[in-house]
Design a protein around this ligand. Sequence first.
Ligand SMILES: Nc1ncnc2c1ncn2[C@@H]1O[C@H](COP(=O)(O)OP(=O)(O)OP(=O)(O)O)[C@@H](O)[C@H]1O
Length: 623
Amino acid sequence: ICPYLYKLKLNSKTLLIKPTWDQRWFHLQYVTQTVEVESADSQKAVAEMQSKNAILQEQLTVQRQLLRELETQLHESQRTCAQLRTQILVYEGEMERAQGQLEAEMQNLEEEKNRVIEEAFIRAESEMKAVHENLAGVRMNLLSLQPALRTLTCDYNCLKRQVQEFPFMLDKAITEAKQEICQVISEVSSTNQELLRKYKREMNLRKKCHNELVRLKGNIRVFCRVRPVSQEEQDSADAKTMLSFDSDDDAILYLSNKGKIMTFELDKVFPPHATQEEVFQEVQSLVTSCIDGFNVCIFAYGQTGSGKTYTMEGVADDPGINQRALRLLFSEVTDKAPDWDYKITVSMVEIYNETLRNLLGDTPTEKLDIKMNPDGSGQLYVPGLTEFTVQSPEDINRVFELGHMNRATACTNLNEHSSRSHALLIITVCGFNTATGNRTQGKLNLVDLAGSERIGKSGAEGSRLREAQCINKSLSALGDVINALRSKHAHVPFRNSRLTYLLQDSLSGDSKTLMMVQVSPLPSNMSESVCSLKFAQRVRSVELSSASSSSRRHENSSTSSSPTHDSLDSPPVTPVPLPISRASSAGSTLSSASRTPSSSRRRSQSQLSTGTLRTLRGGLWET
Ligand SMILES: Nc1ncnc2c1ncn2[C@@H]1O[C@H](COP(=O)(O)OP(=O)(O)OP(=O)(O)O)[C@@H](O)[C@H]1O
């Protein structure tokens, strides 16, 4: 567009060349127009034209501005267009590359697909073949099962018929069985009668055999247990042991004393390594015999610290004879149920300075007495003695705890006190045979004796002296009683101490006694060990004499097997094991009863209870 207006002055006329926009050809075309300049009209027209021209000039300026902007935009667009073209080229290149990759990938996938299809086809073919084979097998099975199915169906029908008939058959069978059972019951009851008769006969035979065995073995046994050297003692110079054992004979103990070898023969010797279980194995037949109605006493004898309490009570994780005995009694009576109904009761007693204390009572310091039972049975009894019925091992633990607690409350120093007092655990087993109506009663007395050392020699005074005298008296009395029993003396001096008086029932008649002599292995305890072993040997040696010779010896000698721990007024024992007839020369303590000649023996016999007299007439050692 060229909006210029050209004016040509020709004389008085003006030629106007006016631009006009030709739409058809998209360009300006100039229209010539001749105007009269000089005229007012022409001048007016010229003025108009000029103003129009000015407007057009402005428009032209605007259009030019617009044109420049458009040109700038055009350039911009052209540059963008060039960039886009370049980008398009890059994209096209990338697209070509991607397409190439895609095609390659597609080809790979195609190949993979073909391979997988081929494999799947092969697998499917083989599986199909296997399935076909299975199918053929199943078909074959089906063919073979069909006859079995027919048989089963047949059986089922048969069973169904039987089930329908069963109630009638059952009724018939029950009636027949009832008749048979009635017949068998009557047969069994007659067989039972026969068995009961045989059982009673066997029981009598057993009792006779037992008596014979007791007569042959003797019902007073003496065992010896040597305690081990303790850890503390092992480091001392005194640790060397003077004791040795016979590997071929477990009843022999050798003691080397001042260059001499002394030999002691007992019923059994337990070396230091013997366990609580091994010791109990040897005493368990004695324990169980109280279930059959026998009275049993087991004593632990020896100097302080020789292991008496260890053997009888043991330690928490390795209990001694007391606990093991109760547990064994429980298991035995449980085995005998329901034919036998048993009741086990337990008492605990302490004898200190010849005074009896009830360890399970409410007032353990209260003194008890031993009296003749007023029921006329001739039995001794202890009024006020507490008896606990025990039914389980837990009950046993409770009883032991109570006993220990009461023992500890009654003294200031328990260890010292226990060394100076006798502790008795008395277990009574009462049985009732529900089939025969027979009744039995046996008593097991487990006694941890006071220390047997020669306390008198150390110059004890005051309360220690009294303690020593009491211990000495009761141990001497025990020795005298055992001696009298084993020698089958007519009079047994039970009344000489509380201990023997309390145990009278359990020491006489067909009772059984075991003396466990405890020995320390240390050389410093050697003289006490010799005393204890001599006592043990002497007690045992009485049995070696026959009944007749023993009674003759009793008449002619003043022998006692009382322990040779020196009594306060007796000389020390010579360190040689003496036969019983020579033991008297060693100065053993004698009770007045065992020294009594026949006249006073007759008197003391008449004072005995009727029960004891009955036993004496029947013979001390037989039922
Ligand atoms: N066979 C043994 N095995 C292991 N240790 C034992 C054995 N015998 C005894 N002892 C130990 O020796 C020590 C003394 O034993 P114990 O207390 O039983 O002697 P005691 O003769 O009862 O003494 P006391 O007369 O003072 O009561 C304890 O420590 C005990 O554990």
